[in-house]
Design a protein around this ligand. Structure first.
Ligand SMILES: [Zn+2]
Length: 97
């Protein structure tokens, strides 16, 4: 039997709020690539703080509420989530030695 690999980043929406994380959806419909921020508090209102923040769990959670994200530009349903940690600050620099 083959084991399924579980993502390590199994946090909740509550963690995201506390951490100040931002969540974006990005259209995966070829060159469209339209992106928009999702208000995490809105997801917490709908799904609760203890709901998993993994992409597939969010999508199935929203499905249970008969909701689905759709691209505003091309009206496609092929979307993906991008999470930006609240711990990201400033700019990275390359060390040249
Ligand atoms: Zn699109």
């Amino acid at each position: 039997m083959q084991q399924t690999l579980e993502p390590i980043d199994a946090s909740t929406l509550g963690h995201m709020i506390d951490n100040g994380d931002q969540l974006y959806i990005v259209c995966m419909n070829g060159p469209c690539s339209h992106g928009a921020e999702i208000i995490v508090a809105w997801l917490v209102d709908l799904l609760g703080r203890n709901h998993s923040s993994l992409e597939r769990d969010l999508i199935s959670g929203l499905k249970r509420h008969h909701r689905r994200f759709r691209c505003k530009r091309c009206n496609g349903y092929k979307i993906s989530f991008r999470r930006v940690s609240g711990c990201y600050t400033g700019y990275a620099s390359l060390n040249t030695k």
